[in-house]
Design a protein around this ligand. Structure first.
Ligand SMILES: Nc1ncnc2c1ncn2[C@@H]1O[C@H](COP(=O)(O)OP(=O)(O)OP(=O)(O)O)[C@@H](O)[C@H]1O
Length: 389
């Protein structure tokens, strides 16, 4: 549906060149959304898929261990949209201080995405509502790496930004000027917290994502903070108990449509096409996460059964196996720490797990050996695009 642009253009200029910046009107959209039966259906399907995904955290005892890897997978994908080349294995290697196959900065940058999500979750669980303070704190963590430090980490921008083009005058889109930011952000915070009216969580996440990108409150990292906000908000609103959803694969796969639909909202007030795309993305991501979760849990259960045949050695090997689910690439030192067993016991267990074909040693070194829970990592990589595999 086409409407007038949901906001106002203001004319500004740099070096005598005029340009127009867009200041979005507060959410929710006016006039109200056109809920066609097809769009309702999309939202229903997405909510059902989210419910199924959420259920695994309650129903399956090992599901909490999935979180570690799922969060990292989302970090890799979201950061690839931004242009980093780090793969999941690179990130896991970086985290254990092993040299990844890509520039260290890339892996470092991706690791900050994981840390930013953890920071946001901790603040949320500590009682802070979704607000600009929380987003700024996450942003400070996200940009805490060599390339990010010059881009005002943790601060609302104090200069103009533009998207597409070499200057505001030839940009595809110029977000609100600095002096309009406080009012835009205050209205955005109110919307996230159901003021002036409650909005159902999935619709809120969809509308908020566009609004956040349109406001572009930071100098850099808006895409990643905006994608993190989707998952955080679903957690804040009780749709998911844990951030198990990774929507960035969908956005990455359909990146030009993603950008086009963000534009269509601003240019023509066409929220409905965006909502349809967003709900499809959430549904597809939740369904994919569920498939991956079941495959991982089936593998873990099958491997547990095989480990149980080890007899007396089984109990220590099961503890190491458990630690490997949290950290599917790990040094033996890290596994000693995680398992709470002696180095000798862990090394013996790793020997058993290698003999069973469950783990593989990657370095062929005597010291600082790195073990991979091979099939587990393969399954996590299964739906990643080739560049990330
Ligand atoms: N035409 C557009 N209108 C509004 N937002 C847009 C448009 N095109 C892109 N965007 C948003 O801007 C984000 C990029 O902003 P920014 O560079 O600050 O974020 P990033 O996290 O560093 O990069 P990326 O999103 O590419 O990972 C895109 O992810 C998208 O969400």
């Amino acid at each position: 549906m086409h409407r007038p642009p949901p906001g106002q253009y203001v004319t500004l200029s740099t070096a005598d060149e005029p340009y127009q910046a867009f200041v979005p009107a507060p959410l929710p959209p006016v006039p109200p959304l056109a809920w066609t039966p097809a769009l309702r259906r999309r939202f229903d399907d997405a909510l059902v898929a989210l419910g199924r995904l959420d259920a695994i955290t309650a129903l399956l005892p090992n599901a909490a261990l999935l979180l570690y890897s799922f969060v990292r997978k989302e970090a890799v994908l979201s950061s690839q949209i931004e242009g980093t080349q780090s793969s999941l294995a690179d990130l896991l290697l970086f985290e254990i201080d092993e040299q990844p196959g890509v520039p260290l900065d890339d892996a470092h940058e991706v690791s900050r995405y994981v840390a930013a999500l953890e920071r946001g979750l901790a603040l949320l669980r500590g009682g802070l509502p979704l607000c600009s303070r929380l987003l700024c704190e996450m942003h400070a963590v996200l940009l805490d790496h060599p390339r990010g430090r010059g881009k005002a980490p943790g601060e609302i921008r104090s200069s103009a930004v533009w998207i597409g083009g070499s200057r505001p005058g030839n940009a595809a889109f110029v977000p609100p000027p600095v002096d309009a930011l406080p009012a835009c952000i205050a209205a955005f915070e109110r919307f996230l917290n159901d003021d002036p009216e409650a909005t159902s969580p999935l619709l809120k996440a969809a509308l908020a994502h566009v609004q956040f990108q349109t406001i572009h409150p930071f100098l850099d990292g808006n895409g990643r903070i905006g994608r993190l906000l989707i998952v955080l908000q679903l957690v804040a609103d009780g749709v998911l108990r844990e951030p198990l959803l990774y929507p960035s694969l969908f956005f990455k796969t359909h990146r030009s449509l993603y950008y086009e639909l963000l534009n269509e909202v601003r240019l023509r007030g066409d929220w409905e096409r965006w909502l349809d795309f967003f709900a499809e993305g959430v549904q597809a991501s939740a369904a994919q996460a569920l498939v991956t979760a079941h495959a991982l849990l089936a593998l873990v259960n099958a491997d547990r059964d095989r480990i149980a045949t080890l007899g007396r050695a089984a109990s220590s090997a099961l503890v190491v196996h458990q630690a490997l689910q949290r950290q599917p690439l790990a040094t033996s030192t890290a596994l000693v720490k995680a398992a709470g067993l002696t180095a000798a016991t862990v090394n013996k267990s790793l020997g058993h797990l290698s003999a069973l074909g469950i783990v593989a040693e990657l370095t062929q070194r005597q010291r600082g050996r790195v073990f991979s829970y091979r099939r587990y990592v393969e399954l996590l990589n299964a739906d990643l695009p080739p560049a990330a595999a």
